[in-house]
Design a protein around this ligand. Structure first.
Ligand SMILES: [Mg+2]
Length: 401
């Protein structure tokens, strides 16, 4: 079997990849929703992969892996890897989890990030706002039992609370994360009060994580982690480096992690196992959160999860904007991860029309915070050209040709 072509169309700001073969088998994959600019970066990899046998996934990846980087630049290579596994599974007539060594669980747990904008009027960064926010989470379809709240430097709290930190507040700066600095006592106490309010409102039967940076000075990261020890959070994410940081800083993380019982988490921006090596081997964090759409693919993530397990580190894969095809990849991969797997982040941000333009899911697949692992060949989700065509832009009109 040989790869004949790779195409990439942007549908609702999400790049969708289509790899075709000389045996009429098509591989599908998807890049995070806010990355339409990855389209030309996907297409420039064409000459490296056309003519290769897509079932020799690692052999193909060895040709293109050097052409990726930290988030967002690992996305093209990662998504191509997903499409190769999709083809390999379809060619063998088996779900992808079988090719990764088989599943170790029939259901995978998924956690739900709660977004401020989801609440009518938005969730205010006040204790009362966080109580409303937590109640909203409990009311969601899917009966999620683990929630993550964006807060502190990972939210508009930095702007909304006066004198939150010692630094210039950027009111017009675009995402991501222009703020960093030592927090004031008032800002610090406000953050603790907000997170405590959410945790207490969620109550028994629910667990809570917070996504808080990057932007903390290490001493504030430690002070915060210690202040919330009594809340038994599942993790605090990305306080020092993280989302879109083009570096890791494991030595700084380690200083914080060693001095608190609150689990410290990072990793969604990191590309490849080599860049996880120091983080894992120095026990710099308690939980890692690689994203299969950024880290270099699902086999790469499985390798990292196993390396982490050897070192007593848990894994909660990131995936908030990975879309419906990215969801399929998260499920197949998570079914095969070792016991250090906590839950993956549910890609909650895709529009309902994606269920109409794909086959695989009959609507939101989460029940009791769990998803049954499907047995369809490949990743288990395919685009339906007839239905999807109307969502193509003029420039992508030949995507299904
Ligand atoms: Mg994050």
């Amino acid at each position: 079997m040989k790869i004949t072509d790779i195409k990439c169309a942007v549908i609702a700001s999400s790049p969708v990849i289509r790899i075709t073969t000389d045996e009429d088998i098509t591989g599908w994959s998807q890049i995070e929703t806010p990355k339409p600019y990855m389209q030309p970066i996907v297409l420039q990899l064409k000459s490296w992969i056309v003519g290769q046998d897509p079932r020799d996934v690692e052999r193909v990846m060895r040709r293109i892996r050097v052409r990726g980087g930290f988030k967002p630049f690992g996305a093209a290579v990662s998504a191509i890897e997903h499409a190769l596994w999709d083809i390999a599974g379809k060619a063998a007539g088996v779900p992808v989890y079988r090719l990764l060594g088989g599943k170790v669980r029939d259901q995978v747990r998924t956690y739900r990030t709660l977004y401020q904008g989801e609440l009518p009027g938005g969730a205010e960064h006040t204790p009362e706002g966080y109580r409303r926010w937590a109640e909203y989470g409990k009311s969601l379809k899917g009966e999620f039992t683990l929630f993550k709240l964006p807060t502190s430097f990972h939210s508009s709290m930095v702007r909304d609370f006066p004198n939150y930190f010692y630094g210039e507040v950027q009111t017009d700066a675009p995402y991501p994360y222009p703020h960093k600095g030592l927090m004031t006592k008032e800002g610090f106490d406000h953050l603790v009060a907000c997170v405590t309010a959410a945790r207490e409102t969620l109550g028994a039967g629910y667990n809570t994580a917070v996504d808080a940076g990057p932007g903390f000075m290490p001493i504030d990261a430690l002070r915060f982690a210690k202040a919330v020890e009594g809340l038994h959070l599942m993790w605090v994410e990305d306080m020092i480096t993280g989302d879109y940081s083009p570096y890791v800083n494991p030595d700084v993380y380690r200083e914080v992690t060693r001095s608190t019982t609150t689990p410290i988490h990072t990793g969604e921006q990191i590309y490849l196992r080599q860049n996880y090596k120091a983080l894992i081997e120095s026990h710099a964090v308690n939980v890692i959160g690689p994203d299969p759409c950024d880290v270099g693919g699902i086999a790469e993530l499985k390798w990292i999860a196993e390396h982490a397990d050897l070192h007593g580190i848990a894994v909660a894969p990131h995936g908030t904007a990975n879309g419906i095809i990215g969801l399929a990849a998260l499920i197949q991969m998570s079914a095969t991860l070792p016991d250090n797997f906590i839950a993956f982040e549910y890609p909650a941000r895709f529009e309902p029309f994606w269920y109409d333009i794909t086959e695989g899911f009959e609507g939101m697949p989460v029940k009791g915070g769990l998803i049954d692992v499907p047995d369809r060949p490949g990743m288990g989700v395919n685009l339906l050209p007839k239905e999807a065509k109307k969502y193509l832009s003029e420039g992508d009109a030949d995507f299904f040709d």
